[in-house]
Write a protein that binds this ligand. Structure first.
Ligand code: HEM
Length: 411
Protein backbone atom coordinates (compact mmCIF):
# COMPACT_ATOMS: atom_id res chain seq x y z
CA UNK A 1 0.00 0.00 0.00
CA UNK A 2 1.34 3.45 -0.89
CA UNK A 3 1.02 5.31 2.38
CA UNK A 4 1.11 8.77 0.79
CA UNK A 5 -1.64 8.04 -1.66
CA UNK A 6 -3.74 6.59 1.10
CA UNK A 7 -3.14 9.56 3.37
CA UNK A 8 -4.23 11.94 0.65
CA UNK A 9 -7.43 9.96 0.15
CA UNK A 10 -8.09 9.90 3.87
CA UNK A 11 -8.03 13.59 4.58
CA UNK A 12 -11.29 14.59 6.28
CA UNK A 13 -13.71 16.16 3.87
CA UNK A 14 -16.52 18.57 4.42
CA UNK A 15 -19.95 17.50 3.30
CA UNK A 16 -20.19 17.72 -0.46
CA UNK A 17 -16.46 18.39 -0.90
CA UNK A 18 -15.44 18.23 -4.50
CA UNK A 19 -18.96 17.90 -5.76
CA UNK A 20 -18.68 20.67 -8.30
CA UNK A 21 -15.44 19.43 -9.78
CA UNK A 22 -16.28 15.78 -9.78
CA UNK A 23 -19.78 16.30 -11.10
CA UNK A 24 -18.24 18.02 -14.09
CA UNK A 25 -16.17 14.95 -14.68
CA UNK A 26 -19.06 12.55 -15.03
CA UNK A 27 -19.31 10.49 -18.15
CA UNK A 28 -15.60 10.54 -18.88
CA UNK A 29 -15.78 14.09 -20.23
CA UNK A 30 -12.81 15.11 -18.14
CA UNK A 31 -10.52 12.72 -19.90
CA UNK A 32 -10.82 14.83 -22.98
CA UNK A 33 -9.82 17.96 -21.16
CA UNK A 34 -6.12 17.22 -20.87
CA UNK A 35 -3.26 16.31 -23.11
CA UNK A 36 -4.92 17.52 -26.25
CA UNK A 37 -7.28 14.64 -26.69
CA UNK A 38 -8.58 16.76 -29.52
CA UNK A 39 -12.27 16.05 -29.08
CA UNK A 40 -13.90 19.37 -28.38
CA UNK A 41 -17.37 17.90 -28.21
CA UNK A 42 -16.43 16.02 -25.06
CA UNK A 43 -17.04 18.92 -22.74
CA UNK A 44 -20.70 18.49 -23.48
CA UNK A 45 -20.89 15.61 -21.01
CA UNK A 46 -22.29 12.15 -21.19
CA UNK A 47 -25.57 12.62 -22.93
CA UNK A 48 -27.00 9.72 -24.76
CA UNK A 49 -27.71 11.39 -27.99
CA UNK A 50 -30.01 13.96 -29.45
CA UNK A 51 -29.63 16.14 -26.40
CA UNK A 52 -33.35 16.78 -26.36
CA UNK A 53 -34.06 15.19 -22.98
CA UNK A 54 -31.46 17.10 -21.09
CA UNK A 55 -33.74 18.52 -18.42
CA UNK A 56 -34.37 22.19 -18.09
CA UNK A 57 -35.31 22.48 -21.71
CA UNK A 58 -38.95 22.73 -20.60
CA UNK A 59 -41.26 23.41 -23.49
CA UNK A 60 -38.65 24.11 -26.14
CA UNK A 61 -39.59 22.68 -29.50
CA UNK A 62 -37.48 19.64 -30.38
CA UNK A 63 -36.62 21.16 -33.74
CA UNK A 64 -34.86 24.06 -31.99
CA UNK A 65 -32.21 21.76 -30.47
CA UNK A 66 -29.32 21.33 -32.90
CA UNK A 67 -28.13 17.72 -33.22
CA UNK A 68 -24.83 16.99 -31.49
CA UNK A 69 -21.92 16.91 -33.91
CA UNK A 70 -19.99 13.80 -34.82
CA UNK A 71 -17.07 12.69 -32.64
CA UNK A 72 -13.71 13.21 -34.40
CA UNK A 73 -11.87 9.96 -35.10
CA UNK A 74 -8.32 11.30 -35.19
CA UNK A 75 -6.40 12.41 -32.12
CA UNK A 76 -3.70 11.29 -29.68
CA UNK A 77 -6.13 8.99 -27.85
CA UNK A 78 -8.90 6.84 -29.28
CA UNK A 79 -12.32 8.46 -28.88
CA UNK A 80 -13.84 5.15 -27.75
CA UNK A 81 -12.12 5.76 -24.41
CA UNK A 82 -12.34 9.55 -24.16
CA UNK A 83 -15.68 10.59 -25.70
CA UNK A 84 -18.80 10.79 -23.55
CA UNK A 85 -20.48 7.39 -23.32
CA UNK A 86 -23.11 6.89 -25.99
CA UNK A 87 -26.24 4.78 -25.39
CA UNK A 88 -25.37 1.90 -27.73
CA UNK A 89 -22.27 -0.25 -27.94
CA UNK A 90 -21.01 -3.28 -29.79
CA UNK A 91 -17.84 -5.16 -29.01
CA UNK A 92 -16.23 -7.36 -31.64
CA UNK A 93 -13.29 -9.71 -31.36
CA UNK A 94 -11.36 -11.30 -34.21
CA UNK A 95 -8.69 -13.98 -34.40
CA UNK A 96 -5.90 -13.67 -36.92
CA UNK A 97 -4.99 -16.77 -38.89
CA UNK A 98 -2.01 -18.54 -37.30
CA UNK A 99 0.96 -17.63 -39.49
CA UNK A 100 4.67 -17.24 -39.40
CA UNK A 101 5.62 -14.16 -37.39
CA UNK A 102 6.61 -12.06 -40.41
CA UNK A 103 3.41 -12.95 -42.33
CA UNK A 104 1.38 -12.34 -39.19
CA UNK A 105 2.84 -8.89 -38.72
CA UNK A 106 2.15 -8.00 -42.36
CA UNK A 107 -1.42 -9.30 -42.09
CA UNK A 108 -2.02 -7.33 -38.90
CA UNK A 109 -0.56 -4.19 -40.41
CA UNK A 110 -2.80 -4.49 -43.46
CA UNK A 111 -5.85 -5.18 -41.31
CA UNK A 112 -5.19 -2.20 -39.04
CA UNK A 113 -4.96 0.00 -42.14
CA UNK A 114 -8.37 -1.19 -43.33
CA UNK A 115 -9.91 -0.95 -39.85
CA UNK A 116 -8.61 2.64 -39.54
CA UNK A 117 -10.12 3.53 -42.91
CA UNK A 118 -13.53 2.02 -42.09
CA UNK A 119 -13.71 3.66 -38.65
CA UNK A 120 -12.46 7.07 -39.78
CA UNK A 121 -14.90 7.19 -42.69
CA UNK A 122 -17.83 6.10 -40.55
CA UNK A 123 -17.01 8.59 -37.78
CA UNK A 124 -16.49 11.47 -40.17
CA UNK A 125 -19.66 10.88 -42.16
CA UNK A 126 -17.56 10.10 -45.22
CA UNK A 127 -18.60 6.50 -45.75
CA UNK A 128 -19.83 5.64 -49.23
CA UNK A 129 -22.24 3.10 -47.70
CA UNK A 130 -25.76 4.51 -48.26
CA UNK A 131 -26.82 3.07 -44.91
CA UNK A 132 -24.49 5.53 -43.19
CA UNK A 133 -25.57 8.59 -45.13
CA UNK A 134 -28.29 11.15 -44.67
CA UNK A 135 -29.25 10.54 -41.04
CA UNK A 136 -28.62 12.48 -37.85
CA UNK A 137 -24.94 12.43 -36.76
CA UNK A 138 -24.33 8.91 -35.44
CA UNK A 139 -21.75 10.14 -32.91
CA UNK A 140 -19.78 6.99 -33.63
CA UNK A 141 -16.68 6.52 -31.52
CA UNK A 142 -14.47 3.48 -31.42
CA UNK A 143 -11.45 1.87 -29.91
CA UNK A 144 -9.19 -0.85 -31.24
CA UNK A 145 -6.94 -3.04 -29.13
CA UNK A 146 -4.73 -6.09 -29.48
CA UNK A 147 -4.99 -9.13 -27.23
CA UNK A 148 -2.06 -10.37 -25.14
CA UNK A 149 -1.85 -13.64 -27.10
CA UNK A 150 -1.36 -11.86 -30.43
CA UNK A 151 1.10 -9.38 -28.93
CA UNK A 152 3.26 -12.24 -27.61
CA UNK A 153 2.97 -14.32 -30.81
CA UNK A 154 4.02 -11.48 -33.10
CA UNK A 155 6.47 -9.80 -30.70
CA UNK A 156 4.50 -6.55 -30.82
CA UNK A 157 5.67 -3.48 -28.96
CA UNK A 158 3.11 -3.26 -26.13
CA UNK A 159 3.66 -2.44 -22.44
CA UNK A 160 4.83 -5.51 -20.52
CA UNK A 161 1.92 -5.53 -18.02
CA UNK A 162 -0.66 -6.12 -20.76
CA UNK A 163 1.09 -9.25 -22.02
CA UNK A 164 -0.19 -11.26 -19.06
CA UNK A 165 -3.60 -12.92 -19.26
CA UNK A 166 -5.86 -12.46 -16.22
CA UNK A 167 -5.77 -15.26 -13.66
CA UNK A 168 -8.85 -17.38 -12.93
CA UNK A 169 -11.03 -15.96 -10.14
CA UNK A 170 -13.20 -17.92 -7.71
CA UNK A 171 -16.74 -18.16 -9.05
CA UNK A 172 -15.79 -17.55 -12.70
CA UNK A 173 -17.93 -19.42 -15.24
CA UNK A 174 -16.16 -18.19 -18.34
CA UNK A 175 -17.15 -19.23 -21.85
CA UNK A 176 -13.97 -19.03 -23.95
CA UNK A 177 -16.07 -18.57 -27.11
CA UNK A 178 -17.39 -15.28 -25.72
CA UNK A 179 -14.05 -13.88 -24.60
CA UNK A 180 -10.41 -13.41 -25.52
CA UNK A 181 -9.37 -12.65 -29.07
CA UNK A 182 -6.47 -11.20 -31.07
CA UNK A 183 -8.05 -7.93 -32.14
CA UNK A 184 -10.75 -6.21 -30.12
CA UNK A 185 -12.95 -3.36 -31.34
CA UNK A 186 -15.52 -1.44 -29.35
CA UNK A 187 -17.99 0.71 -31.26
CA UNK A 188 -20.25 3.23 -29.52
CA UNK A 189 -22.95 5.38 -31.08
CA UNK A 190 -26.16 7.25 -30.47
CA UNK A 191 -28.17 4.20 -31.61
CA UNK A 192 -27.68 0.64 -32.85
CA UNK A 193 -27.96 1.35 -36.55
CA UNK A 194 -24.41 2.46 -37.37
CA UNK A 195 -23.00 -0.26 -35.11
CA UNK A 196 -24.48 -3.02 -37.24
CA UNK A 197 -23.34 -1.45 -40.49
CA UNK A 198 -19.80 -0.75 -39.28
CA UNK A 199 -19.56 -4.20 -37.67
CA UNK A 200 -20.38 -5.70 -41.07
CA UNK A 201 -17.71 -3.59 -42.76
CA UNK A 202 -15.13 -4.56 -40.14
CA UNK A 203 -16.09 -8.23 -40.56
CA UNK A 204 -15.46 -7.95 -44.30
CA UNK A 205 -12.08 -6.27 -43.75
CA UNK A 206 -11.11 -8.97 -41.26
CA UNK A 207 -12.14 -11.79 -43.59
CA UNK A 208 -10.11 -10.24 -46.42
CA UNK A 209 -7.07 -10.27 -44.12
CA UNK A 210 -7.63 -13.94 -43.22
CA UNK A 211 -9.01 -13.15 -39.77
CA UNK A 212 -12.17 -14.70 -38.36
CA UNK A 213 -14.89 -13.31 -36.11
CA UNK A 214 -14.50 -14.75 -32.61
CA UNK A 215 -17.33 -13.13 -30.64
CA UNK A 216 -19.51 -10.06 -30.61
CA UNK A 217 -21.58 -8.52 -27.85
CA UNK A 218 -23.98 -5.60 -27.88
CA UNK A 219 -24.90 -3.39 -24.97
CA UNK A 220 -26.88 -0.30 -24.10
CA UNK A 221 -27.37 2.49 -21.59
CA UNK A 222 -30.41 4.49 -20.59
CA UNK A 223 -30.53 7.95 -22.13
CA UNK A 224 -29.60 10.37 -19.37
CA UNK A 225 -29.20 14.14 -19.27
CA UNK A 226 -25.76 15.44 -20.21
CA UNK A 227 -23.18 15.08 -17.46
CA UNK A 228 -25.23 12.68 -15.32
CA UNK A 229 -24.46 9.07 -14.46
CA UNK A 230 -26.47 6.27 -16.11
CA UNK A 231 -27.91 3.42 -14.04
CA UNK A 232 -27.20 -0.29 -14.35
CA UNK A 233 -29.81 -3.07 -14.31
CA UNK A 234 -29.68 -3.24 -10.49
CA UNK A 235 -30.99 0.33 -10.62
CA UNK A 236 -27.87 2.02 -9.21
CA UNK A 237 -25.91 4.85 -10.79
CA UNK A 238 -22.80 3.23 -12.24
CA UNK A 239 -19.69 5.17 -13.22
CA UNK A 240 -19.73 7.80 -10.47
CA UNK A 241 -16.26 7.36 -8.98
CA UNK A 242 -14.16 7.68 -12.10
CA UNK A 243 -10.72 9.31 -12.19
CA UNK A 244 -10.17 12.93 -13.15
CA UNK A 245 -7.53 13.79 -15.76
CA UNK A 246 -4.68 13.95 -13.28
CA UNK A 247 -5.51 10.58 -11.72
CA UNK A 248 -6.08 9.14 -15.19
CA UNK A 249 -2.60 10.18 -16.29
CA UNK A 250 -1.21 8.17 -13.40
CA UNK A 251 -3.50 5.14 -13.42
CA UNK A 252 -5.25 4.87 -16.79
CA UNK A 253 -2.91 6.02 -19.56
CA UNK A 254 0.61 4.73 -20.17
CA UNK A 255 3.71 6.38 -18.73
CA UNK A 256 5.40 9.15 -20.78
CA UNK A 257 6.90 7.52 -23.86
CA UNK A 258 5.58 5.46 -26.76
CA UNK A 259 2.59 4.09 -24.82
CA UNK A 260 1.55 7.39 -23.22
CA UNK A 261 -1.79 7.53 -25.03
CA UNK A 262 -2.46 3.81 -24.84
CA UNK A 263 -4.30 1.99 -22.06
CA UNK A 264 -5.56 -1.51 -21.28
CA UNK A 265 -9.18 -2.61 -21.50
CA UNK A 266 -10.48 -5.25 -19.12
CA UNK A 267 -13.82 -6.61 -20.31
CA UNK A 268 -16.03 -8.89 -18.22
CA UNK A 269 -19.47 -10.08 -19.17
CA UNK A 270 -21.30 -10.38 -15.86
CA UNK A 271 -24.73 -11.98 -15.64
CA UNK A 272 -26.91 -10.31 -12.99
CA UNK A 273 -29.86 -11.89 -11.19
CA UNK A 274 -31.85 -8.67 -11.31
CA UNK A 275 -35.09 -10.21 -9.98
CA UNK A 276 -33.43 -11.68 -6.87
CA UNK A 277 -31.60 -8.42 -6.17
CA UNK A 278 -34.80 -6.39 -6.61
CA UNK A 279 -36.53 -8.74 -4.12
CA UNK A 280 -34.18 -7.62 -1.32
CA UNK A 281 -35.50 -4.86 0.93
CA UNK A 282 -34.24 -1.45 -0.25
CA UNK A 283 -31.90 -0.97 2.73
CA UNK A 284 -30.23 -4.34 2.08
CA UNK A 285 -29.63 -3.38 -1.54
CA UNK A 286 -28.02 -0.13 -0.39
CA UNK A 287 -25.91 -1.91 2.24
CA UNK A 288 -24.72 -4.36 -0.42
CA UNK A 289 -23.67 -1.53 -2.70
CA UNK A 290 -22.53 0.98 -0.06
CA UNK A 291 -24.42 3.75 -1.84
CA UNK A 292 -27.98 5.01 -1.93
CA UNK A 293 -30.20 3.91 -4.75
CA UNK A 294 -31.96 7.22 -5.34
CA UNK A 295 -29.14 9.74 -5.68
CA UNK A 296 -26.09 7.46 -5.72
CA UNK A 297 -24.56 9.13 -2.65
CA UNK A 298 -22.27 6.94 -0.54
CA UNK A 299 -23.81 5.80 2.77
CA UNK A 300 -21.33 8.16 4.45
CA UNK A 301 -22.24 11.21 2.33
CA UNK A 302 -25.02 13.41 1.11
CA UNK A 303 -24.31 13.82 -2.60
CA UNK A 304 -23.39 11.47 -5.44
CA UNK A 305 -19.84 12.70 -5.86
CA UNK A 306 -18.91 12.70 -2.17
CA UNK A 307 -15.95 10.38 -1.62
CA UNK A 308 -17.09 7.20 0.21
CA UNK A 309 -15.51 7.20 3.69
CA UNK A 310 -14.67 3.56 4.20
CA UNK A 311 -13.36 4.20 7.72
CA UNK A 312 -16.49 5.89 9.16
CA UNK A 313 -18.11 3.84 11.94
CA UNK A 314 -21.53 3.61 13.58
CA UNK A 315 -21.90 4.00 17.37
CA UNK A 316 -21.80 0.20 17.76
CA UNK A 317 -18.38 0.08 16.09
CA UNK A 318 -19.58 -1.39 12.80
CA UNK A 319 -18.65 0.30 9.52
CA UNK A 320 -21.21 2.67 7.97
CA UNK A 321 -20.21 1.23 4.59
CA UNK A 322 -20.38 -2.47 5.52
CA UNK A 323 -17.37 -4.78 5.37
CA UNK A 324 -18.79 -6.62 2.36
CA UNK A 325 -20.18 -3.59 0.49
CA UNK A 326 -19.14 -3.33 -3.17
CA UNK A 327 -17.79 0.22 -2.90
CA UNK A 328 -15.67 -0.65 0.16
CA UNK A 329 -14.02 -3.65 -1.49
CA UNK A 330 -13.41 -1.76 -4.74
CA UNK A 331 -12.26 1.41 -2.99
CA UNK A 332 -8.99 3.00 -4.16
CA UNK A 333 -8.22 3.49 -0.46
CA UNK A 334 -7.56 -0.23 -0.22
CA UNK A 335 -5.34 -0.07 -3.28
CA UNK A 336 -2.80 2.73 -2.85
CA UNK A 337 -5.15 5.22 -4.47
CA UNK A 338 -5.31 3.36 -7.80
CA UNK A 339 -8.32 4.22 -9.94
CA UNK A 340 -9.65 2.61 -13.09
CA UNK A 341 -11.90 4.28 -15.63
CA UNK A 342 -15.16 2.31 -15.76
CA UNK A 343 -17.42 2.68 -18.79
CA UNK A 344 -19.84 -0.20 -18.35
CA UNK A 345 -22.87 -1.04 -20.46
CA UNK A 346 -25.88 -3.23 -19.76
CA UNK A 347 -26.72 -6.18 -21.97
CA UNK A 348 -29.86 -8.22 -22.55
CA UNK A 349 -29.50 -11.59 -24.26
CA UNK A 350 -32.85 -12.97 -23.09
CA UNK A 351 -34.75 -13.27 -19.82
CA UNK A 352 -32.19 -15.54 -18.14
CA UNK A 353 -29.16 -13.67 -19.37
CA UNK A 354 -29.04 -9.98 -18.58
CA UNK A 355 -26.30 -8.05 -16.89
CA UNK A 356 -23.33 -5.77 -17.11
CA UNK A 357 -20.60 -5.49 -19.69
CA UNK A 358 -17.88 -4.32 -17.34
CA UNK A 359 -15.47 -2.28 -19.46
CA UNK A 360 -12.65 -0.65 -17.52
CA UNK A 361 -9.48 1.08 -18.64
CA UNK A 362 -6.25 1.08 -16.67
CA UNK A 363 -2.50 1.24 -17.22
CA UNK A 364 -1.93 -2.17 -15.70
CA UNK A 365 -4.56 -4.95 -15.68
CA UNK A 366 -3.01 -6.18 -12.40
CA UNK A 367 -5.14 -3.44 -10.83
CA UNK A 368 -8.26 -5.26 -11.97
CA UNK A 369 -6.86 -8.50 -10.58
CA UNK A 370 -6.29 -6.98 -7.14
CA UNK A 371 -9.81 -5.51 -6.97
CA UNK A 372 -11.50 -8.59 -8.40
CA UNK A 373 -9.69 -10.82 -5.92
CA UNK A 374 -11.17 -8.75 -3.09
CA UNK A 375 -14.62 -8.74 -4.69
CA UNK A 376 -14.60 -12.46 -5.50
CA UNK A 377 -13.75 -13.23 -1.86
CA UNK A 378 -16.58 -11.32 -0.18
CA UNK A 379 -18.58 -8.83 -2.27
CA UNK A 380 -22.20 -8.80 -1.07
CA UNK A 381 -23.22 -8.62 -4.74
CA UNK A 382 -21.66 -12.03 -5.48
CA UNK A 383 -24.86 -13.93 -4.70
CA UNK A 384 -26.43 -12.13 -7.67
CA UNK A 385 -23.54 -12.21 -10.16
CA UNK A 386 -21.80 -14.63 -12.48
CA UNK A 387 -18.83 -13.70 -14.66
CA UNK A 388 -19.40 -15.46 -17.98
CA UNK A 389 -16.73 -13.99 -20.27
CA UNK A 390 -13.46 -12.10 -20.07
CA UNK A 391 -11.04 -10.31 -22.35
CA UNK A 392 -8.01 -8.04 -22.08
CA UNK A 393 -6.60 -5.82 -24.79
CA UNK A 394 -3.93 -3.20 -25.19
CA UNK A 395 -5.91 -0.20 -26.45
CA UNK A 396 -3.75 1.50 -29.07
CA UNK A 397 -2.94 5.21 -28.99
CA UNK A 398 -5.08 7.23 -31.39
CA UNK A 399 -4.20 7.80 -35.04
CA UNK A 400 -3.19 11.27 -36.20
CA UNK A 401 -4.86 12.73 -39.31
CA UNK A 402 -3.64 10.62 -42.23
CA UNK A 403 -2.10 8.02 -39.88
CA UNK A 404 -2.99 4.41 -39.14
CA UNK A 405 -3.82 2.82 -35.79
CA UNK A 406 -1.09 0.65 -34.33
CA UNK A 407 1.89 2.12 -36.18
CA UNK A 408 3.88 1.88 -32.94
CA UNK A 409 3.31 -1.87 -32.61
CA UNK A 410 5.93 -2.82 -35.16
CA UNK A 411 8.88 -0.82 -33.84
C1 HEM B 1 -22.32 -6.62 -12.30
C2 HEM B 1 -21.29 -6.32 -11.54
C3 HEM B 1 -21.08 -4.94 -10.97
C4 HEM B 1 -21.99 -3.99 -10.62
C5 HEM B 1 -23.51 -4.08 -10.71
C6 HEM B 1 -21.25 -2.85 -10.13
C7 HEM B 1 -21.83 -1.69 -9.67
C8 HEM B 1 -21.14 -0.64 -9.12
C9 HEM B 1 -21.73 0.55 -8.56
C10 HEM B 1 -23.23 0.83 -8.53
C11 HEM B 1 -20.76 1.32 -8.08
C12 HEM B 1 -20.91 2.65 -7.34
C13 HEM B 1 -21.02 3.83 -8.23
C14 HEM B 1 -19.77 4.15 -8.98
O1 HEM B 1 -18.79 4.65 -8.42
O2 HEM B 1 -19.75 3.89 -10.19
C15 HEM B 1 -19.49 0.66 -8.35
C16 HEM B 1 -18.26 1.14 -8.04
C17 HEM B 1 -17.09 0.52 -8.38
N1 HEM B 1 -16.94 -0.73 -8.93
FE1 HEM B 1 -18.41 -1.94 -9.51
N2 HEM B 1 -19.91 -3.14 -10.20
C18 HEM B 1 -19.76 -4.40 -10.70
C19 HEM B 1 -18.59 -5.07 -10.93
C20 HEM B 1 -17.33 -4.55 -10.68
C21 HEM B 1 -16.10 -5.23 -10.96
C22 HEM B 1 -15.97 -6.63 -11.57
C23 HEM B 1 -15.10 -4.38 -10.59
C24 HEM B 1 -13.60 -4.58 -10.68
C25 HEM B 1 -13.00 -5.72 -10.41
C26 HEM B 1 -15.72 -3.19 -10.07
C27 HEM B 1 -15.04 -2.09 -9.63
C28 HEM B 1 -15.60 -0.95 -9.12
C29 HEM B 1 -14.84 0.21 -8.70
C30 HEM B 1 -13.33 0.37 -8.78
C31 HEM B 1 -15.78 1.13 -8.21
C32 HEM B 1 -15.47 2.52 -7.67
C33 HEM B 1 -15.13 2.45 -6.22
C34 HEM B 1 -14.85 3.85 -5.68
O3 HEM B 1 -13.91 4.49 -6.18
O4 HEM B 1 -15.59 4.29 -4.80
N3 HEM B 1 -17.07 -3.33 -10.16
N4 HEM B 1 -19.77 -0.54 -8.98
Amino acid sequence: MHAEAEKEQDRPRTVGAGVGRRALLAGGAVLAAGVGAGVTALVRGGDGGGGGDGGGGGGRAAAAVPPEPDVPFHGPRQAGVTAPQQPATQLLAFDLAPAATSDGRAALRGLLGEVTRVLAEAAGGGSADPRLRGGEPARLSSLVGVGPGLASRLGLSVPAPVLAELPAFPGDRLDPARGGGDLLVQLCAADRWPLSVVAEQLGAAAAAAGASARWTQSGFLPRTPAGTTPRNLFGFKDGTANPDEEAARQWVWGPPGPHEHGTALVYRRIRMDTAAFAALPADRREQAMGRREGDGAPLTGTAEHDEPDVYAKNHDGSYVIPATAHVRLSSPRLDGGARMLRRGYSYDDGPADRGLLFCAFMRDPAQFTRVQNRLAARDALNAFLEHTASAVAYVLPGAPEGGVLGEGLFG
